[in-house]
Design a protein around this ligand. Structure first.
Ligand code: C5P
Length: 230
């Protein structure tokens, strides 16, 4: 099955400081975005990678991040205001694939084996999401800051990326979400609401989403622990 990967990397993500979007910040000397793309290019079944960056950054990302790191991608396109808009822009230029894989630029530590497992699940079921069972007890809050509900932890998973879907399902999901004015923090939610099955594929807590300085330090430790150098 032909697979195209879309990497949403169009977030402003300046919580890490420096006024630079977090996906451009260095992780052991190379941009976070470069690590993420390299990890996806290492998966033989992924035929093409499409990178979605903040509007106006397309040329700079190609020249200053991808080329110097020796990374070859199919397209670098401009994203939108929200992650969902950015994925939609990626979908617009992704043609010919049977499966579309979406993986956040902010998760540079994804391993090839987990991607392969998710691809196999998506090929079978039509949809697959890499996720980890939650270790904290999760509370749903009411509007007044009190606990409204404590769902049983045994059934709860924290969704990560990659998330992989049949191309026709994810296209339909994004088109219907746009038409219905629905916004979601991940792609699976848009596919789920159409009633299509999405398999949970056990991943790793090492596949962290870099959000804070502590995450960046943890990511460096994990890479060092793996003995990985660029
Ligand atoms: O902000 P957060 O970490 O949840 O973003 C997840 C991913 O979505 C990041 O890789 C970020 O660059 C991307 N994103 C995007 N377009 C936006 C907002 C976020 O591509 N408008």
């Amino acid at each position: 099955m032909q697979v195209i990967a879309i990497v949403p990397a169009a977030g402003g993500g300046t919580r890490l400081g420096a006024g630079v979007p977090k996906q451009y910040l260095p992780l052991l000397g190379k941009p976070i975005l470069a690590w993420t793309i390299r990890a996806l290019l290492a998966v033989p079944r992924i035929g093409e990678v499409i990178v979605v960056v903040p509007a106006g950054d397309e040329g700079r990302v190609a020249r200053e991040i991808l080329a110097p790191c020796g990374l070859s991608v199919a397209r670098v396109v401009a994203g939108g205001a929200e992650r969902q808009d950015s994925v939609r822009e990626g979908l617009r230029v992704a043609s010919g694939a049977e499966l579309i894989l979406v993986h956040d630029a902010a998760r540079p530590l994804i391993g090839a084996a987990v991607v392969e497992a998710a691809l196999a699940a998506a090929a079978e079921t039509g949809g697959a999401v890499v996720a980890v069972p939650v270790t904290d007890t999760i509370k749903r809050a009411d509007g007044a800051g009190c606990v409204a509900e404590t769902p049983p932890r045994g059934h709860l998973w924290a969704a990560q990326t990659p998330q992989i879907f049949r191309a026709d399902w994810i296209r339909e999901a994004h088109a219907r979400a746009l038409a219905d004015g629905v916004s979601a923090t991940d792609d699976a939610m848009l596919v789920e609401r159409l009633g299509y099955p999405v398999r949970l594929v056990p991943g790793s807590t090492e596949n962290l989403k870099i959000t804070t300085t502590a995450d960046l330090m943890a990511a460096e430790q994990i890479l060092r622990g793996r003995g990985v150098t660029w």
